[in-house]
Design a protein around this ligand. Sequence first.
Ligand SMILES: C[S@@+](CC[C@H](N)C(=O)[O-])C[C@H]1O[C@@H](n2cnc3c(N)ncnc32)[C@H](O)[C@@H]1O
Length: 473
Amino acid sequence: MHELVDIFPSERQKLYNRFSDKLETAFNFNRQFVSFQTNKEEPIYRWFKYKEGFSSGLVRYFLNKFSDKPGKVLDPFAGVGTTLFAGQTLGWESYGIELLPVGIFVMETREALRKINPEKLKKSIGNLWQDINKIENPPTHFNHISITRDAFPDDTEIALNQFLTYCSSIKNKETQTLLRFTAFSILEELSYTRKDGQYLRWDYRSKRDLAGKPFNKGKIYSFEQAMKQKLSQMLADISPQNDSLFDSVGCNGQDQHNINIIEGSCLEELPKIEDGFFNFIVTSPPYCNRYDYTRTYALELVYLGCDNDRVRSLRQELLSCTVENKEKLEYLNQLYTSMGRRATFDKILSTYNSSSAMKEVNSILDELNKLDKLNNNNIPRMVKNYFLELCFAIFEMARVTKSGGYCVMVNDNVRYGGEEIPVDLILSEFAENFGFNIQKIFVLPRGKGNSSQQMGNYGRTEIRKCVYLWQKR
Ligand SMILES: C[S@@+](CC[C@H](N)C(=O)[O-])C[C@H]1O[C@@H](n2cnc3c(N)ncnc32)[C@H](O)[C@@H]1O
């Protein structure tokens, strides 16, 4: 390792020195403030946990502190819409781009919730179980993919099919959405699986042949039990007696704008937006950490009607952050060329290619790969494409932000083969090239912990977890 450091002069160190006066430990931010955990008071987050989200408090903090009046706010990696809904409660016009149907569905449900009358809802689901049980031989609503096959006990899968058939007969759109969401949010409880970091972990009671130590996930609920529990939690939360919760989903907000949801890849959608359209961006892209959203949320994707081809294409369209992602450069070339923006494509690519720190990271990873020092041969490709795609996204984010407007981005640095990749510095360098001034890189007081294996190998250094604040010139 030391030899490599000698061969490659540290461009990362130079970049660190250049931005060192912008790096500031933010003692007023802690991990809870940044992560989804503090959203637990808000109904929709209590009903369906989306661990990849950030906190509403963080969004409100930046919008309030760096703007004197509401305008237009965007999250190009919207997830379940934390930026959009926090902005909405403050009177902002909110826009979000999200690729995965999971986030889109949660946002749509939250919008539906604003229009729902809890008393009417209660009435309309009064006969729910009677009506569901009347449905015989329901059609199959699941096109399972290999990683979800046999995830539910047979009775549960029948009940889910009956339920989805029942839902499709509900005339009121908001009621239908809310009911479909109820079952969506209990899929993990009903199944033999548990979301476990990168993959779904399988319980020993499933039909699958499982290698290794048997895993017992605890109680597996029947459809009726889990639905009844979830419905009563939701009805209690949205009851008008429950003022604070009712307010936090904006049910009472007269002056609030509807949110604007754009389903698709931001690499494709951002270029369609006019220059200077937004006053603020608050966002958190996927991290460069091999996390695959399409595996973690496989049950939910299949429930929402995605089949094998759709899940595969979603996996490829995601910002490259897994070792399976293929390069999108040719696709981007064609996209920009078809829009008559070939010169822009060349400019973005040349900004990427001229980053010395990026070149250093790419060549060190290639070298480590040759020495067989990486866990997977595709890590260099993933890292290269992660930054390349974010270079395009950041160019567009700068373009669509008004002069004087801000971009706030939450992201973690990463480490592969013992080499730290300063995601914060490299992305800030791109941002600077595209018209943002780097105001601050807020570093969370305690960075991400290291796995014990990494600590053993490389010592107890922490990698930064940051919130960047960029202002458009
Ligand atoms: C870290 S999460 C954002 C969570 C969000 N801040 C929230 O609070 O819900 C990143 C999101 O980016 C989405 N994503 C990944 N690639 C995308 C792309 N090319 N275009 C749009 N969204 C994408 C993922 O599906 C995921 O929901």
